[in-house]
Write a protein that binds this ligand. Structure first.
Ligand SMILES: C[S@@+](CC[C@H](N)C(=O)[O-])C[C@H]1O[C@@H](n2cnc3c(N)ncnc32)[C@H](O)[C@@H]1O
Length: 237
């Protein structure tokens, strides 16, 4: 169902005609240097909220799109319930790995290289858009367009499941000058653990999108650093 930029080879070199940008080059380089499992954000299993969603009886029908699919763990899982299941990533290295994983798991999924917020699909192509970590990689001034695009792609009753995270600022030990200084700043509201604010997301949601769930939780990545996740589940009227 992709309308353009679909790649068949999964080669690490961008194919002619695929969009390029500094961000694209940067992600492509990262994916050439390591496998999905070596990134800090890697999960070997789909996140619990997706597992829970897939068990719902009111799950929308039709296809599912995994935005910023990375190694394709979620795409393979989506393929067990949705058809078509499509994984999209800015980096062909990610798409290669995701395609191999779907094949290994015997799941039917298709993949393409494209750069959000440009989503090269027809209106109302999907019942579910899943995004763990893609929106946060897009410049803030393109977020409004991202939400408009997601709304355009969803069928009525379709859902967006979104995880957007930020590195948490962890304080140095209390018994250090810096530790005291930073805590004072935090008390004055000048700095502290940061989340993408739910109100920011609410303000950007397009007209027909309704909030089913919007909450925040911490997530410790491999290597121990803490990230603050803003998690949302939304349904299109
Ligand atoms: C934090 S990783 C998450 C990967 C995967 N969703 C997961 O949860 O394992 C973000 C992914 O988004 C991709 N990405 C970054 N910017 C993108 C964009 N503008 N459009 C599409 N994919 C993008 C990256 O290549 C990377 O694979």
């Amino acid at each position: 169902m992709p309308t353009e930029h679909q790649t068949g080879s999964g080669s690490p070199t961008p194919e002619p005609g695929t969009p390029t940008s500094d961000k694209r080059r940067s992600w492509e380089t990262q994916w050439q240097q390591r496998a999905g499992a070596d990134f800090q954000w890697y999960l070997s299993e789909p996140p619990p909220e997706l597992v829970e969603l897939m068990a719902r009886e009111d799950l929308p029908g039709g296809g599912a799109l995994d935005l910023g699919c990375g190694p394709g763990v979620a795409t393979a899982s989506l393929a067990s319930r949705f058809s078509p299941a499509v994984g999209m990533d800015i980096a062909s290295g990610a798409v290669s790995e995701a395609r191999a994983l779907a094949r290994e798991k015997g799941e039917r999924a298709s993949f393409l290289v494209a750069e959000a917020p440009l989503l090269p699909f027809r209106d109302r192509s999907f019942g579910l858009v899943f995004d763990r970590g893609c929106l946060q990689a897009i410049p803030r001034n393109a977020w409004e367009r991202y939400f408009r695009e997601v709304e355009r792609l969803l069928v009525p009753g379709g859902m967006l499941q979104l995880y957007v995270s930020k590195a948490a600022r962890e304080f140095p030990p209390l018994l250090s000058a810096r530790g005291v200084r930073l805590r004072l700043k935090w008390l004055k509201g000048k700095r502290g653990p940061q989340f993408v604010s739910p109100d920011l997301i609410r303000g950007l949601l397009s007209g027909s999108m309704r909030e089913l769930e919007l909450r925040q939780f911490p997530f410790r990545v491999a290597g121990g650093k803490l990230r603050n996740v803003t998690y949302g589940l939304f349904r299109k009227d």
